[in-house]
Ligand binder design. Sequence first.
Ligand SMILES: [Zn+2]
Ligand SMILES: [Zn+2]
Length: 374
Amino acid sequence: MNAPARGTVHPIPKRMKAWVLDDPDRLRLVEKPVPEPGPAEVLVRIDAVAICGTDVEIITKGLPAWIRGGLPFNKDFTPGHEYMGTVVKLGPGVDDYGVGDRVAVEIHAGCGQCERCRMGMYTSCLNYGLNYEGHDKGHRANGFTTDGGFAEYAVNHVNTLVHVPHEMSDEEATLIVTAGTAMYGLDVLGGLISGESLVVTGPGPIGLMSVAVGKALGASPVILTGTRDARLNLGIRLGADHAINVGKENPVEAVRRITAGKGVHYVMECSGAPNALNEAMDMVNRGGRICLAAFPGQPVPVDLAKLVRNNIYVYGIRGEGNRATHRAASLMAQKRFEAKLMHTHTFPLDEVPKAFRYFRERIEDAIKVVVKVH
Ligand SMILES: [Zn+2]
Ligand SMILES: [Zn+2]
Protein backbone atom coordinates (compact mmCIF):
# COMPACT_ATOMS: atom_id res chain seq x y z
CA MET A 1 0.00 0.00 0.00
CA ASN A 2 1.26 3.49 -0.65
CA ALA A 3 1.76 5.13 2.71
CA PRO A 4 0.05 8.42 3.44
CA ALA A 5 2.43 11.34 3.82
CA ARG A 6 4.39 11.89 6.99
CA GLY A 7 2.33 13.36 9.79
CA THR A 8 -0.95 11.67 8.81
CA VAL A 9 -2.79 10.31 11.83
CA HIS A 10 -3.20 6.54 11.69
CA PRO A 11 -6.00 5.05 13.76
CA ILE A 12 -4.40 2.25 15.76
CA PRO A 13 -6.66 -0.55 16.99
CA LYS A 14 -6.25 -2.04 20.47
CA ARG A 15 -6.01 -5.60 19.16
CA MET A 16 -4.54 -7.17 16.03
CA LYS A 17 -4.39 -10.39 14.10
CA ALA A 18 -1.19 -12.39 14.61
CA TRP A 19 0.01 -15.92 13.92
CA VAL A 20 1.50 -17.76 16.88
CA LEU A 21 3.56 -20.95 17.01
CA ASP A 22 1.96 -23.75 19.04
CA ASP A 23 3.60 -27.18 18.68
CA PRO A 24 6.25 -27.70 15.97
CA ASP A 25 4.79 -26.92 12.53
CA ARG A 26 1.53 -25.63 14.04
CA LEU A 27 0.75 -21.99 13.39
CA ARG A 28 -2.50 -20.51 14.66
CA LEU A 29 -4.14 -17.17 13.86
CA VAL A 30 -5.08 -15.35 17.07
CA GLU A 31 -5.87 -11.87 18.35
CA LYS A 32 -3.21 -10.14 20.42
CA PRO A 33 -2.92 -6.67 21.92
CA VAL A 34 -1.17 -4.18 19.64
CA PRO A 35 2.24 -3.60 21.30
CA GLU A 36 3.35 -0.19 22.64
CA PRO A 37 6.64 1.37 21.52
CA GLY A 38 9.05 2.28 24.33
CA PRO A 39 11.95 4.76 24.28
CA ALA A 40 13.92 4.57 20.98
CA GLU A 41 11.20 2.37 19.47
CA VAL A 42 8.40 2.82 16.94
CA LEU A 43 5.22 0.93 16.17
CA VAL A 44 5.34 -0.44 12.61
CA ARG A 45 2.14 -1.29 10.76
CA ILE A 46 3.34 -4.33 8.84
CA ASP A 47 2.58 -4.02 5.14
CA ALA A 48 4.44 -7.08 3.81
CA VAL A 49 6.53 -9.92 5.21
CA ALA A 50 8.59 -12.48 3.28
CA ILE A 51 9.16 -16.11 4.20
CA CYS A 52 12.76 -17.18 4.79
CA GLY A 53 14.37 -20.61 5.19
CA THR A 54 15.11 -19.68 8.80
CA ASP A 55 11.36 -19.26 9.45
CA VAL A 56 10.94 -22.89 8.38
CA GLU A 57 13.75 -23.93 10.77
CA ILE A 58 12.03 -22.04 13.58
CA ILE A 59 8.54 -23.39 13.11
CA THR A 60 9.73 -26.99 12.69
CA LYS A 61 12.71 -27.21 15.08
CA GLY A 62 12.56 -24.07 17.21
CA LEU A 63 16.14 -22.82 16.98
CA PRO A 64 17.49 -20.23 16.37
CA ALA A 65 14.39 -18.73 18.01
CA TRP A 66 14.80 -18.51 21.79
CA ILE A 67 11.93 -17.30 23.92
CA ARG A 68 12.08 -16.79 27.69
CA GLY A 69 15.11 -19.05 28.02
CA GLY A 70 13.91 -21.93 25.83
CA LEU A 71 12.45 -23.17 22.56
CA PRO A 72 9.67 -21.02 21.11
CA PHE A 73 6.80 -23.53 21.14
CA ASN A 74 3.48 -22.80 22.89
CA LYS A 75 4.69 -19.41 24.12
CA ASP A 76 2.35 -17.14 22.17
CA PHE A 77 5.37 -16.29 19.99
CA THR A 78 4.88 -14.70 16.56
CA PRO A 79 7.59 -15.60 14.00
CA GLY A 80 8.51 -13.64 10.84
CA HIS A 81 11.55 -11.40 10.43
CA GLU A 82 11.76 -10.18 6.80
CA TYR A 83 9.14 -7.47 6.90
CA MET A 84 8.51 -3.86 5.97
CA GLY A 85 5.76 -1.42 6.78
CA THR A 86 4.72 2.05 7.84
CA VAL A 87 5.67 3.84 11.05
CA VAL A 88 2.38 4.64 12.80
CA LYS A 89 3.48 5.65 16.30
CA LEU A 90 6.67 6.96 17.87
CA GLY A 91 8.06 5.97 21.25
CA PRO A 92 9.41 8.67 23.61
CA GLY A 93 12.36 10.58 22.18
CA VAL A 94 12.17 9.28 18.60
CA ASP A 95 12.76 11.99 16.00
CA ASP A 96 14.74 10.33 13.21
CA TYR A 97 11.63 8.57 11.93
CA GLY A 98 8.17 10.07 11.52
CA VAL A 99 4.64 8.73 11.40
CA GLY A 100 3.92 7.72 7.79
CA ASP A 101 7.53 6.80 6.95
CA ARG A 102 7.91 3.56 5.00
CA VAL A 103 10.57 1.34 6.53
CA ALA A 104 12.16 -2.05 6.11
CA VAL A 105 13.76 -3.75 9.09
CA GLU A 106 16.90 -5.60 9.95
CA ILE A 107 16.39 -8.33 12.50
CA HIS A 108 18.84 -7.87 15.34
CA ALA A 109 18.76 -4.89 17.65
CA GLY A 110 21.13 -6.73 20.00
CA CYS A 111 21.39 -5.60 23.61
CA GLY A 112 23.49 -2.53 22.76
CA GLN A 113 25.75 -3.01 25.78
CA CYS A 114 27.82 -6.19 25.31
CA GLU A 115 31.26 -6.27 23.71
CA ARG A 116 30.00 -7.55 20.34
CA CYS A 117 27.14 -5.05 20.11
CA ARG A 118 29.60 -2.26 20.85
CA MET A 119 31.76 -3.52 17.93
CA GLY A 120 28.85 -3.42 15.47
CA MET A 121 28.52 -7.20 15.64
CA TYR A 122 25.03 -7.01 17.11
CA THR A 123 23.91 -10.17 15.28
CA SER A 124 26.44 -11.98 17.51
CA CYS A 125 25.14 -10.29 20.68
CA LEU A 126 26.44 -12.09 23.77
CA ASN A 127 23.09 -11.55 25.47
CA TYR A 128 21.00 -13.20 22.73
CA GLY A 129 17.53 -14.00 24.01
CA LEU A 130 17.98 -12.22 27.33
CA ASN A 131 14.94 -9.96 27.36
CA TYR A 132 12.61 -11.41 29.98
CA GLU A 133 11.97 -10.73 33.62
CA GLY A 134 14.93 -11.54 35.81
CA HIS A 135 17.21 -11.82 32.73
CA ASP A 136 16.53 -8.57 30.97
CA LYS A 137 19.50 -7.26 29.02
CA GLY A 138 17.15 -5.65 26.49
CA HIS A 139 18.09 -7.94 23.61
CA ARG A 140 15.68 -7.89 20.66
CA ALA A 141 15.63 -9.85 17.42
CA ASN A 142 12.06 -9.75 16.12
CA GLY A 143 10.92 -13.13 14.85
CA PHE A 144 13.72 -14.84 16.83
CA THR A 145 13.64 -13.70 20.47
CA THR A 146 10.73 -11.23 20.35
CA ASP A 147 7.50 -11.10 18.37
CA GLY A 148 7.93 -10.83 14.61
CA GLY A 149 6.16 -9.99 11.40
CA PHE A 150 3.38 -12.50 10.73
CA ALA A 151 1.06 -10.01 12.38
CA GLU A 152 -0.53 -6.64 11.74
CA TYR A 153 1.87 -4.61 13.91
CA ALA A 154 5.31 -4.93 15.51
CA VAL A 155 7.50 -2.74 17.69
CA ASN A 156 10.97 -2.04 16.35
CA HIS A 157 14.02 -0.34 17.83
CA VAL A 158 15.06 2.60 15.63
CA ASN A 159 18.45 0.92 15.09
CA THR A 160 16.70 -1.82 13.10
CA LEU A 161 14.95 0.52 10.65
CA VAL A 162 15.91 1.64 7.18
CA HIS A 163 13.90 4.01 4.98
CA VAL A 164 12.21 2.61 1.87
CA PRO A 165 12.02 4.90 -1.17
CA HIS A 166 8.62 5.77 -2.68
CA GLU A 167 9.24 3.97 -5.95
CA MET A 168 10.05 0.65 -4.29
CA SER A 169 7.13 -1.78 -3.89
CA ASP A 170 6.30 -3.35 -0.53
CA GLU A 171 7.19 -6.76 -1.92
CA GLU A 172 10.62 -5.64 -3.11
CA ALA A 173 11.32 -3.86 0.18
CA THR A 174 10.96 -7.15 2.09
CA LEU A 175 14.08 -8.29 0.20
CA ILE A 176 16.26 -5.54 1.68
CA VAL A 177 17.21 -7.66 4.69
CA THR A 178 18.20 -10.59 2.42
CA ALA A 179 20.42 -8.25 0.44
CA GLY A 180 21.78 -7.08 3.80
CA THR A 181 22.92 -10.62 4.63
CA ALA A 182 24.72 -10.87 1.29
CA MET A 183 26.33 -7.47 1.90
CA TYR A 184 27.45 -8.53 5.39
CA GLY A 185 29.07 -11.67 3.94
CA LEU A 186 31.01 -9.59 1.44
CA ASP A 187 31.95 -7.12 4.22
CA VAL A 188 33.26 -9.93 6.39
CA LEU A 189 35.33 -11.27 3.49
CA GLY A 190 37.00 -7.89 3.63
CA GLY A 191 37.34 -7.61 -0.11
CA LEU A 192 37.69 -4.49 -2.17
CA ILE A 193 35.59 -6.61 -4.56
CA SER A 194 35.83 -4.25 -7.53
CA GLY A 195 37.79 -6.12 -10.17
CA GLU A 196 38.17 -9.16 -7.94
CA SER A 197 36.66 -12.55 -8.69
CA LEU A 198 33.79 -14.10 -6.77
CA VAL A 199 32.16 -17.52 -6.81
CA VAL A 200 28.73 -17.89 -5.22
CA THR A 201 27.74 -21.50 -4.54
CA GLY A 202 24.00 -22.15 -4.22
CA PRO A 203 21.31 -20.01 -5.90
CA GLY A 204 18.90 -19.69 -2.97
CA PRO A 205 17.76 -16.20 -1.95
CA ILE A 206 21.04 -15.32 -0.17
CA GLY A 207 23.13 -16.77 -2.99
CA LEU A 208 21.20 -14.84 -5.62
CA MET A 209 21.51 -11.67 -3.57
CA SER A 210 25.25 -12.30 -3.15
CA VAL A 211 25.53 -12.39 -6.93
CA ALA A 212 23.58 -9.16 -7.26
CA VAL A 213 25.39 -7.27 -4.50
CA GLY A 214 28.83 -8.59 -5.53
CA LYS A 215 28.23 -7.49 -9.11
CA ALA A 216 26.88 -4.10 -8.02
CA LEU A 217 30.10 -3.60 -6.03
CA GLY A 218 32.16 -4.35 -9.13
CA ALA A 219 33.30 -7.94 -8.61
CA SER A 220 34.49 -9.51 -11.84
CA PRO A 221 33.91 -12.17 -12.86
CA VAL A 222 30.95 -13.31 -10.75
CA ILE A 223 30.38 -17.05 -11.09
CA LEU A 224 27.27 -18.80 -9.76
CA THR A 225 27.00 -22.57 -9.23
CA GLY A 226 23.84 -24.59 -8.60
CA THR A 227 21.66 -27.49 -9.65
CA ARG A 228 18.60 -25.85 -11.16
CA ASP A 229 18.70 -24.08 -14.51
CA ALA A 230 15.79 -21.75 -13.71
CA ARG A 231 17.62 -20.40 -10.64
CA LEU A 232 20.91 -20.15 -12.53
CA ASN A 233 19.22 -18.18 -15.30
CA LEU A 234 17.81 -15.84 -12.68
CA GLY A 235 21.36 -15.47 -11.36
CA ILE A 236 22.47 -14.34 -14.81
CA ARG A 237 19.69 -11.72 -14.85
CA LEU A 238 20.84 -10.53 -11.43
CA GLY A 239 24.41 -10.04 -12.63
CA ALA A 240 26.31 -13.36 -12.76
CA ASP A 241 28.84 -13.47 -15.60
CA HIS A 242 28.85 -17.26 -15.61
CA ALA A 243 26.42 -19.87 -14.30
CA ILE A 244 27.53 -23.47 -13.81
CA ASN A 245 25.08 -26.34 -13.45
CA VAL A 246 26.95 -28.73 -11.15
CA GLY A 247 24.85 -31.63 -12.45
CA LYS A 248 26.36 -31.13 -15.89
CA GLU A 249 29.85 -29.84 -15.18
CA ASN A 250 32.39 -30.19 -12.37
CA PRO A 251 32.21 -26.77 -10.69
CA VAL A 252 35.86 -26.71 -9.59
CA GLU A 253 37.05 -27.45 -13.13
CA ALA A 254 34.66 -24.87 -14.51
CA VAL A 255 35.95 -22.17 -12.15
CA ARG A 256 39.55 -23.08 -13.05
CA ARG A 257 38.68 -22.88 -16.75
CA ILE A 258 36.94 -19.50 -16.46
CA THR A 259 39.83 -18.02 -14.45
CA ALA A 260 42.52 -19.48 -16.71
CA GLY A 261 43.66 -21.81 -13.93
CA LYS A 262 44.13 -19.09 -11.31
CA GLY A 263 41.08 -19.61 -9.12
CA VAL A 264 39.08 -16.81 -7.54
CA HIS A 265 39.63 -14.34 -4.70
CA TYR A 266 36.41 -15.11 -2.84
CA VAL A 267 33.77 -17.78 -2.43
CA MET A 268 30.41 -17.08 -0.83
CA GLU A 269 29.11 -20.52 0.16
CA CYS A 270 25.32 -20.43 0.16
CA SER A 271 24.45 -24.06 -0.62
CA GLY A 272 25.04 -25.92 2.64
CA ALA A 273 26.16 -28.93 0.57
CA PRO A 274 28.30 -31.39 2.60
CA ASN A 275 31.34 -31.04 0.31
CA ALA A 276 30.93 -27.31 -0.33
CA LEU A 277 33.84 -26.14 1.81
CA ASN A 278 36.27 -28.64 0.26
CA GLU A 279 35.18 -27.52 -3.20
CA ALA A 280 35.42 -23.87 -2.22
CA MET A 281 39.03 -24.46 -1.13
CA ASP A 282 39.74 -25.77 -4.62
CA MET A 283 38.06 -22.73 -6.18
CA VAL A 284 39.93 -19.95 -4.34
CA ASN A 285 43.53 -19.09 -5.03
CA ARG A 286 46.26 -19.20 -2.38
CA GLY A 287 45.42 -16.63 0.28
CA GLY A 288 41.80 -16.61 -0.86
CA ARG A 289 38.80 -16.15 1.38
CA ILE A 290 35.64 -18.17 1.90
CA CYS A 291 32.49 -17.01 3.66
CA LEU A 292 30.03 -19.64 4.87
CA ALA A 293 26.48 -18.31 4.73
CA ALA A 294 24.87 -21.79 4.81
CA PHE A 295 25.78 -25.01 6.55
CA PRO A 296 25.19 -28.76 6.23
CA GLY A 297 22.82 -30.46 8.67
CA GLN A 298 25.58 -32.80 9.91
CA PRO A 299 29.29 -32.40 10.76
CA VAL A 300 31.41 -32.93 7.63
CA PRO A 301 35.07 -33.86 6.97
CA VAL A 302 37.21 -30.95 5.79
CA ASP A 303 40.73 -31.06 4.32
CA LEU A 304 42.27 -28.72 6.90
CA ALA A 305 45.82 -29.35 5.68
CA LYS A 306 44.88 -27.78 2.36
CA LEU A 307 43.42 -24.81 4.14
CA VAL A 308 46.57 -24.25 6.23
CA ARG A 309 49.06 -24.87 3.44
CA ASN A 310 47.32 -22.41 1.18
CA ASN A 311 46.67 -19.70 3.75
CA ILE A 312 42.96 -19.84 3.07
CA TYR A 313 40.70 -17.82 5.35
CA VAL A 314 37.25 -19.13 6.31
CA TYR A 315 34.56 -16.95 7.87
CA GLY A 316 31.09 -17.67 9.22
CA ILE A 317 28.38 -15.05 9.24
CA ARG A 318 25.33 -14.72 11.38
CA GLY A 319 22.56 -12.53 10.01
CA GLU A 320 23.40 -9.04 8.81
CA GLY A 321 25.50 -6.97 11.21
CA ASN A 322 27.47 -3.75 10.98
CA ARG A 323 24.66 -1.80 9.26
CA ALA A 324 25.08 -3.92 6.12
CA THR A 325 21.33 -3.67 5.58
CA HIS A 326 21.68 0.10 5.09
CA ARG A 327 24.36 -0.35 2.44
CA ALA A 328 22.26 -3.00 0.68
CA ALA A 329 19.16 -0.80 0.82
CA SER A 330 21.15 1.99 -0.77
CA LEU A 331 22.15 -0.22 -3.71
CA MET A 332 18.52 -1.24 -4.15
CA ALA A 333 17.31 2.38 -3.95
CA GLN A 334 19.85 3.19 -6.67
CA LYS A 335 18.36 0.35 -8.74
CA ARG A 336 21.73 -1.33 -9.09
CA PHE A 337 20.04 -4.72 -9.46
CA GLU A 338 16.50 -5.97 -9.91
CA ALA A 339 15.80 -7.59 -6.56
CA LYS A 340 12.12 -7.86 -7.42
CA LEU A 341 12.93 -10.67 -9.88
CA MET A 342 13.25 -12.91 -6.84
CA HIS A 343 9.70 -12.26 -5.64
CA THR A 344 7.45 -14.96 -7.06
CA HIS A 345 4.28 -15.27 -4.96
CA THR A 346 2.02 -13.17 -2.72
CA PHE A 347 -0.61 -14.32 -0.20
CA PRO A 348 -2.82 -12.47 2.30
CA LEU A 349 -2.20 -12.70 6.08
CA ASP A 350 -4.98 -15.27 6.51
CA GLU A 351 -3.09 -17.67 4.21
CA VAL A 352 0.27 -17.88 5.97
CA PRO A 353 0.23 -21.72 6.13
CA LYS A 354 -0.42 -21.87 2.38
CA ALA A 355 2.37 -19.38 1.78
CA PHE A 356 4.72 -21.61 3.79
CA ARG A 357 3.66 -24.63 1.73
CA TYR A 358 4.49 -22.81 -1.51
CA PHE A 359 7.89 -21.82 -0.11
CA ARG A 360 8.82 -25.23 1.33
CA GLU A 361 7.67 -27.32 -1.61
CA ARG A 362 8.85 -24.73 -4.16
CA ILE A 363 5.44 -24.90 -5.79
CA GLU A 364 5.47 -23.09 -9.15
CA ASP A 365 9.21 -22.46 -8.70
CA ALA A 366 8.57 -20.29 -5.65
CA ILE A 367 11.62 -18.32 -4.46
CA LYS A 368 10.55 -15.39 -2.33
CA VAL A 369 7.01 -15.80 -1.08
CA VAL A 370 5.55 -12.62 0.39
CA VAL A 371 2.59 -12.22 2.73
CA LYS A 372 0.81 -8.93 2.12
CA VAL A 373 -0.63 -7.72 5.41
CA HIS A 374 -1.98 -4.24 4.63
ZN1 LIG B 1 15.69 -14.53 6.92
ZN1 LIG C 1 24.75 -7.35 22.86
